[in-house]
Design a protein around this ligand. Structure first.
Ligand code: ADE
Length: 355
């Protein structure tokens, strides 16, 4: 049981505390939010996940019960928040969106839990970063829909069990392995989101171009999709950038040449790598003979933090086979050398053969 406060009346204050409200990230009007699909039909890709969810949602509706708690994991930008929004709108319920780093104090998570209504969805992004106290508040909330609170100082301490409405927690993380097992075990469904194929991404690109009222050819959409690192968030950003080029420099229409020329100017290469990705690979090749080298050393040399390298750059470089993770650190693969137009040192070539 978590010790929440040493004085009484916390639940009343939590309810009216404006800080708690302002720390709940609601859907805003950013470009990304304005193009988020709201139903399964317009949500492209992740077909296995959609199939499972369709059944789970129908069963919950038939039973008149709230959905099981769900955990989505995978690299950033693959649509974890988006699918949570789709689930909420298909269930006809509200979704409250927050992220673990903004649930620092016990009253933050208590305030949000107490503001929920029956059936509503609480979405916690980066849930692996939840602190221990917040986690312990969540356990009985997830399991029994109760808040266990201790009020008063040691001798006069009183335990208060506050019932909560039946809600659904959807957690999202880029690092499922960093979740404690008691928290992981409380999710009824755990699903990994996969990188998108070029065909799926070109559908995402065409859908976004339609919303932006921009003409695009199939070849133009494929060209953007090929440089989007398997990630719809990147595809959507590139559509926006390329359409700016198309409007200013061309007649507003995106074809293959317009897409490729704009992406070249933006320094997004044919694998979708940007300057940071290429700097990372070049660093390992030029300064460490292709690796292996530790992630901290790479981050320091690039003036980036380890988390950005691990969460944002690496997943795609690994998946594309340009980078390899070994017990002694990261090394650039033969494909990575080839992609940057570099020759592998002969010792390195034999090292790879031995691996
Ligand atoms: N935008 C972001 N993710 C998407 C998806 N999966 N389908 C359609 N549009 C998206």
């Amino acid at each position: 049981m978590a010790i929440i406060s040493d004085d009484a009346g916390i639940e009343k204050r939590a309810k009216r505390n404006p800080i708690i409200k302002s720390e709940t990230i609601e859907y805003d009007n950013t470009f990304e939010n304005s193009i988020r699909p709201k139903d399964f039909e317009s949500y492209i890709g992740q077909s296995a996940l959609k199939e499972t969810l369709r059944i789970i949602l129908e069963a919950a509706k038939k039973r008149g019960k709230p959905l099981d708690h769900m955990l989505f994991y995978g690299p950033p930008g693959l649509g974890k928040t988006t699918i949570a929004g789709v689930i909420a709108s298909q269930m006809g319920v509200e979704i409250k969106i927050t992220s673990a780093p903004s649930l620092e104090r016990p009253r933050d998570i208590i305030g949000i839990l107490m503001s929920l209504k029956g059936g509503e969805i609480l979405f916690i992004d980066e849930i692996h970063r939840l602190n221990k106290v917040a986690e312990e508040i969540l356990y009985p909330a997830m399991e029994d829909f109760t808040l266990d609170m201790t009020t008063g100082k040691s001798q006069t301490a009183k335990t208060l069990r506050v019932p909560l409405p039946k809600f659904t927690l959807i957690g999202a993380t880029t690092k499922a392995g960093e979740l404690s097992s008691p928290l992981r075990d409380r999710f009824g469904m755990i699903h990994r989101l996969e990188f998108y194929t070029v065909e799926e991404l070109s559908e995402v690109v065409k859908r976004t171009a339609r919303i932006l009222d921009i003409d695009i050819t199939q070849e133009g959409a494929t060209a953007i999709a090929m440089r989007s690192r398997g990630t719809p968030r990147i595809a959507n950003r590139l559509v926006k950038r390329v359409s700016d080029f198309a409007i200013v420099k061309y007649d507003g229409k995106i074809d293959e040449d317009v897409a490729n020329e704009s992406l070249d100017i933006l320094k997004i290469d044919e694998f979708g790598l940007d300057n940071t990705d290429r700097a990372l690979l070049s660093l390992i090749i030029d300064k460490y003979d292709g690796g292996p080298v530790g992630i901290e050393t790479i981050a320091a040399a690039l003036s980036e933090d380890v988390r950005t390298i691990e969460d944002v750059c690496e997943p795609y470089l690994l998946q594309a086979g340009l980078l390899q993770r070994t017990p002694r650190g990261r090394k650039v693969s033969p494909e990575g050398f080839r992609h940057l137009g570099r020759k592998m040192p002969s010792a390195q070539t034999s090292l790879f053969r031995l691996d």
